[in-house]
Design a protein around this ligand. Structure first.
Ligand SMILES: Nc1nc2c(ncn2[C@@H]2O[C@H](COP(=O)(O)OP(=O)(O)O)[C@@H](O)[C@H]2O)c(=O)[nH]1
Ligand SMILES: [Mg+2]
Ligand SMILES: [Zn+2]
Length: 305
């Protein structure tokens, strides 16, 4: 029988079978996919084959399908290990806010770079519009102009506004969507607004929880009655860039990617090289200053200059 992974906590997985039943399940044998060393061989969103256990309510996972995509982070305990956050997503919604808390554009840029690496389309959802003043509205408009021009649709919402929730519902219909964002921006509130019977705790994130136990960082998939699935990722504060070479970073900047062939040097890092098409575009205002500043910062952290 086929099934999809909805939740994984250590060695047990909650699956939804192709017949629509939820079943607890364990893994049989070892799987290693894509030659990657992972802390979790099976992740939320994975499509698996299962066999029911004789006389029990549980199942064993006997196989796993190839992934359409997946997103990983570095294991906090071992730099060589990857933790697969989730697999087989159609899109990601990055929940942001211009207030309480303000989402830094550096955080947004790292997220969209990661999504580009794994070929996951991103929508930026700015929540808490009900508490924005003119200043925050201007900040939102400025970000929207930049991000929409490079291919990331933006929308302004409030989790308290039913019409806004309905707009998001349309966006999610019949798709598997990763919900991400820093804690406090309103992910749980939005998910509860979309599907009230889930009653996910809001304001639940406490720092000592995140440091101590890893149970709070497991992703969970939820069905929407209106069609589609949400993958909630509590506890993911920062998506550090992993498995990325300094020469590749500009490939994951859509506004730079199209210029790379026009640089004089084919190994141009777009930092101080002469006749660099990226620097020229920056000077002409075709690339946003803050986007380029984050690019410089990321390369510096990788030791590129
Ligand atoms: N004013 C306002 N507050 C919100 C909105 N969405 C969420 N909040 C509040 O922000 C806090 C954090 O929300 P929560 O959903 O737990 O954020 P999460 O950490 O991203 O899951 C809670 O106190 C919510 O009531 C919104 O659209 N407007
Ligand atoms: Mg939450
Ligand atoms: Zn260049």
């Amino acid at each position: 029988m086929k099934a999809v992974v909805y939740k994984s906590t250590g060695s047990w997985y909650t699956l939804k079978t192709s017949e629509g039943d939820f079943v607890e399940s364990r893994m049989k044998g070892k799987f290693r996919l894509d030659g990657m060393r992972t802390t979790n061989p099976i992740a939320v969103g994975d499509h698996v084959q299962i066999e029911m256990e004789e006389g029990l309510q549980t199942a064993v996972i006997t196989g796993i399908d190839d992934r359409k995509n997946y997103i990983v982070r570095q294991s906090p305990r071992n730099v060589h290990l990857r933790h697969i956050i989730s697999a087989n997503m159609d899109q990601a919604l990055l929940i942001c806010s211009c207030k309480s808390p303000r989402t830094p554009t550096g955080f947004i840029d790292r997220f969209v770079i990661t999504a580009e690496m794994y070929h996951i389309p991103v929508h930026l959802v700015f929540n808490k519009r009900d508490i924005y003043k003119d200043k925050q509205m201007r900040q939102y408009e400025a970000m929207r102009e930049v991000y929409e021009s490079i291919g990331y649709p933006c929308r302004l919402v409030s989790a308290h506004e039913p019409e806004d929730i309905e707009g998001i519902r349309e966006l999610l219909k019949d798709k598997v969507t990763l919900f991400s964002g820093q804690s406090g921006v309103g992910k749980s509130s939005l998910i509860n607004g979309l599907q009230s019977n889930l009653e996910i705790k809001t304001k639940e994130v406490s720092s000592y929880n995140e440091k101590g136990l890893h149970t709070t960082t497991f992703a969970t998939m939820y069905d929407l009655d209106s069609g589609g699935q949400i993958i909630d990722t509590p506890g993911i504060k920062e998506l550090a860039l992993v498995d990325l070479d300094s020469f590749e970073v500009s490939h994951y900047y859509p506004e730079m990617r199209k210029l790379i062939g026009s640089c004089k040097f084919n190994n141009c890092l777009h930092l101080n090289e002469p006749k660099c098409a990226v620097k020229e575009a920056l000077e002409e205002g075709q690339i946003a200053d803050f986007r380029y500043q984050h690019y410089q910062k990321i390369l510096m952290e990788m030791g590129a200059h």
